[in-house]
Design a binder for this molecule. Structure first.
Ligand code: 9WN
Length: 433
């Protein structure tokens, strides 16, 4: 491969183009992930978008998180989607008329979905505060978001501690953020799909079928979401036919507790309970989900108790946890044939050496910028500065060459999914700093 020099002009152009995406996707209170495919506010997208937005406008980044947390349910859950009431119901499936949040106890005034997404918000809020502490203090940003973030983590660590062993479960593949990851194939196979005649997919109006989850996946997603809704969004193993303790969400929770401890200190509060929560989560994550032979974390099926032995990018994500005892083993796995940290970029969502690796289909192979950004963050945290810098440079080059795409073939760099994708733009802006 020829080295392409990164000139000052090229960097400036990329920086400008990233800002343009964020401005185009801004809706006055929040940023949509992509204007046509995802025309509402998404939970973990907003966290990543805020991390980039803080370089463009710290106040706007604060509002991004405040608007999301403004849609928090009384039980503490932060919804996967906050619907824009001005967008027609059928612009995205499943829309507000499917979720019927207005009828659910404790739901906010604005329509939302009833499931959640990975808890990247405490990390993002602390990063946003740090970008401009004076602006943050001036608006009382942390004082407003801290109690909501605490309630959010409490929901996940209590109501979602479905097995009682101290780890949270995701109860829908959409909750994992890695929707059709091969890691979910075994527990999903138990779910009877709703027939395709009973719903209309809207995603295929904006993206190629070969790059999206299959119709059978969708049938299962609809079944799980409908059952949760019909149970009044109650949480128990009896309600959730799919329940998985996954390393990504639990790692974000642990890292998020460290961020909450920093916020508490800034607010003059005692952060000890957050530090002990982080230690507990780190311990549980490592003793229950880490596989020494594989050098990776595997999710665990909350129903069968079995490990889901699939090498998905989620298994590397605990690198974001400060003080993780197996950090160097994880870096070793990332450098190996399955993830090829030195040349695959973004890091593949799934094992490059697996027979069913599909470089173009969503979370079954392509690389996504958010998980690579998290890994980059983890590399820096654990003193792997040279590997971090190299990954950052290659991510920037990838996006410069292919555009602000949703995901990329990790070896050829071909862009897939939607263009003008919010977190790709936001996180590149952050990497350029
Ligand atoms: C369902 C918005 C979201 C991301 C997810 C990604 C995709 C939605 C979909 O888009 O999921 O939440 O319709 O496929 O998998 O991680 O948050 O960008």
């Amino acid at each position: 491969l020829l080295e392409r020099p990164r000139t000052h002009d090229a960097v400036r152009d990329l920086d400008r183009a990233a800002r343009r995406v964020l401005l185009t996707n801004w809706r006055g209170h929040a940023t949509v992930p992509a204007a046509r495919l995802y025309p509402h506010q998404w939970s973990w997208d907003s966290a990543f978008i805020a991390i980039g937005l803080r370089h463009l406008s710290p106040v706007r980044a604060q509002r991004e998180l405040e608007s999301l947390l403004g849609a928090q349910w009384r039980d503490g859950r932060v919804p996967q989607i906050v619907f824009d009431p001005h967008v027609p119901d059928d612009a995205y499936f499943p829309g507000p008329s499917f979720w019927r949040s207005a009828r659910a106890p404790g739901a906010p005034g604005v329509p939302t979905s009833g499931i959640v997404q990975p808890p990247a918000h405490a990390l993002a809020a602390w990063a946003v505060h740090q970008a401009d502490p004076a602006a943050s203090r001036g608006r009382g940003f942390l004082a407003r978001v801290y109690p909501r973030l605490v309630a959010w983590h409490r929901y996940l660590t209590t109501r979602r501690n479905l097995t009682g062993n101290g780890l949270m479960s995701v109860v829908h593949p959409w909750e994992s953020g890695l929707d059709n990851s091969p890691a979910w194939d075994v527990p999903l196979a138990r779910i009877t799909p709703v027939p395709g005649t009973e719903f209309t997919r809207r995603d295929l109006n904006h993206a190629a079928a070969g790059e999206r989850p299959t119709d059978t996946d969708y049938g299962r997603y609809v079944r799980l979401a409908r059952d949760y809704r019909d149970a009044g969004y109650a949480d128990s193993l009896g309600v959730h036919a799919f329940a998985v303790e996954d390393p990504l969400c639990n790692a974000l929770l642990a890292a998020g507790e460290h961020a909450l401890a920093s916020m508490a200190a800034e607010l003059g509060l005692d952060g000890e309970r957050h530090r002990s929560a982080a230690d507990r989560l780190t311990e549980n994550l490592t003793t229950m989900l880490y596989d020494h032979a594989g050098g990776v974390f595997f999710p665990r099926d909350a129903h069968s108790g079995r490990m889901l032995r699939s090498y998905s990018i989620g298994g590397l994500m605990p690198l974001i946890v400060p003080g993780l005892p197996v950090a160097s083993e994880l870096v070793g796995t990332a450098l190996g044939d399955r993830f090829r940290l030195r040349d695959a970029c973004p890091l593949p969502s799934y094992d490059l050496s697996a027979d069913d690796h599909d470089p173009g289909r969503y979370w079954r192979g392509p690389g996504w910028v958010n998980t690579s950004w998290l890994f980059w963050h983890g590399l820096r945290l654990h003193g792997e500065q040279a590997l971090a810098d190299d990954l950052r440079d290659r991510l920037i080059d990838r996006v410069r060459d292919a555009g602000f795409r949703e995901y990329f073939d990790p070896l050829t760099g071909t862009g897939h999914g939607t263009d003008g994708f919010g977190w790709t733009a936001a996180l590149v802006l952050d990497l350029l700093r």
